[in-house]
Design a protein around this ligand. Structure first.
Ligand SMILES: C[S@@+](CC[C@H](N)C(=O)[O-])C[C@H]1O[C@@H](n2cnc3c(N)ncnc32)[C@H](O)[C@@H]1O
Length: 457
């Protein structure tokens, strides 16, 4: 990038002594000075190296839940002190690195960062995005195609940011590219700062057929969330313990009233329509049930000794020490969910036209684990289905027409092309095909355009 004679001094900061030694072996002859230490402390220290006019960094991708509370608070205070930015507690370490290093570097200096692309789409990234549009001149944002994995050991998809530390000129536009290499990207667009400030998700740029993340609408039309209340399935705290084969539960004599039918994980569910057996269980080979009981322990012990015997085996395997289980009262009572007639799998792969998630029509009384999102019809859609449950087939078919692009555009993507979608993200996908098929749905929205007036079912 720069010829050696243009580099007066260069400093590298690294925490791990083995990497310091390796860097020293490789670069000491070229004049690189290695500083061993925690970058966040080094840049905040009184004896920090002179501010650079060029920063190139591939910072650690440590996620927020691996940071201790003390470290997080220290980093938040420091980022606020050095940049005035309040970093959301869900941000990964790289967000702090970008802010701190930029505060440290010289005005008008240039920076190039290789970081996870997650901040481009999620709430915790908002403050960093504001910083990048208001405080520096963002030159280039190149996102690697997660399906062409760049870094085998990185579980996240990555982006390169190039910016200059100076506020952007009026009317500035940023180059957004996707796929291929930085020098030869698969797609490239110029996006104005105004447009970026209005984009909820930055990964939709460049708006190009090759981009895996186009959102379906501009947020104005009817959306899935207008017609469905969407909730994750239950987190049992330990599926292996709480979910049993129904046959096994019967053999053990567990009381049926404290067992609820539950679907197998999406991996083992080969069908997208689940029929109901006479007793409400799904018509599937290998039916499963989840233990869900609200009786206090002494009552279980006296009234349901077989259940008690089973529950007692939890101690030996440490299940009660788990976070979720530990805070439940009683610890074997599950989150309450009604069966939902439609489900969407929560994570999956798929590029181009292939959908990463599947919609399922659940005619049984089974609930499901948090590997699914549960879609409960609401408003006029609930009424349509009450009138004629067989319309479920058509609704299911229309949900199945949501394209892979739309699903990926609202969800989020991880390295290797694994996609996930949260309830709110699914709720934002356009529902125009539902409304085209059932125009009365649109009328129900028009009549009540203040969504908060609707009771959530
Ligand atoms: C994604 S790797 C990049 C390594 C190298 N810069 C490269 O590009 O190949 C991140 C590096 O940051 C180092 N690291 C982690 N926490 C650090 C900290 N607080 N201060 C400085 N370096 C840190 C890790 O040891 C690791 O070598």
């Amino acid at each position: 990038m720069f010829r050696a004679e243009r580099i007066a001094t260069a400093v590298g900061v690294e925490l791990d002594p083995a990497f310091c030694d390796a860097a020293d072996d490789l670069w000491a002859d070229s004049g690189l000075q290695i500083v061993r230490g925690d970058f966040a402390r080094v840049v905040a220290g009184a004896d920090r190296p002179a501010p650079p006019n060029f920063v190139v960094a591939n910072p650690p991708y440590v996620r927020h839940h691996h940071l201790t509370r003390e470290d997080k608070e220290r980093l938040q205070r420091l980022a606020f002190k050095m940049t005035g930015v309040e970093v959301n507690g869900l941000a990964g370490l790289y967000v702090y690195f970008v802010l701190l290093a930029t505060a440290w570097m010289k005005d008008d200096g240039i920076a190039a960062w290789l970081i996870p692309s997650e901040f481009m789409d999620v709430n915790y990234g908002t403050a960093l995005k504001r910083f990048l549009t208001d405080r520096v001149t963002l030159v280039r944002v190149h996102r690697f195609d997660p399906n062409e994995v760049q870094f085998d050991d990185a579980l996240v998809s990555s982006v390169v940011l190039v910016f200059r530390k100076t506020p952007p000129p009026r009317g500035h536009a940023v180059e957004f590219s996707f796929g291929g290499t930085i020098a030869d990207p698969g797609a490239l667009d110029r996006v104005s700062i105004d447009c970026l400030n209005e984009s909820r998700k930055w990964t939709v740029h460049p708006r190009h057929a090759g981009n895996d993340r186009q959102t379906s609408g501009n947020g104005d039309g009817p959306a899935i969330g207008d017609f469905f209340r969407i909730q994750r399935g239950i987190a049992t705290g330990c599926n292996k313990f709480f979910i049993l084969d129904r046959d096994d539960a019967q053999r053990r004599g567990l009381p049926g009233r404290y067992l609820r039918p539950i679907l197998p994980s999406p991996r083992y569910l080969k069908t997208t329509v689940i029929e109901r057996a006479d007793d409400g269980y799904p018509q599937l080979d290998g039916q499963l049930c989840v233990i869900d009981c609200d009786l206090p322990e002494p009552l279980v012990k006296t009234r349901f000794p077989a259940l008690w015997d089973y529950l007692r085996t939890a101690d030996a395997v440490g299940i009660r020490d788990g976070y979720l289980v530990g805070k439940r009262i009683p610890w074997y009572k599950q989150e309450q969910r009604e069966p939902a007639p439609f489900l969407c799998t929560y994570m999956g792969r798929g590029s181009d036209d292939k959908r990463p998630f599947r919609f399922i029509w659940n005619r049984s009384s089974a609930i499901c684990s948090n590997l699914y999102l549960m879609l409960y019809p609401r408003r006029a859609l609930a009424g349509l289905l009450r009138e004629d449950a067989e319309r479920g087939a058509e609704i299911h078919e229309l949900l199945g027409r949501i394209t892979g692009h739309e699903l990926r555009g609202e969800g989020r993507v991880y390295g290797g092309g694994l996609n996930k979608i949260e309830p709110r993200e699914l709720g934002r996908i356009s529902a125009s095909s539902l409304v085209e098929r059932f125009p009365e749905l649109a009328e129900s929205l028009d009549r009540h355009d203040a969504p908060t007036l609707f009771p959530v079912q």
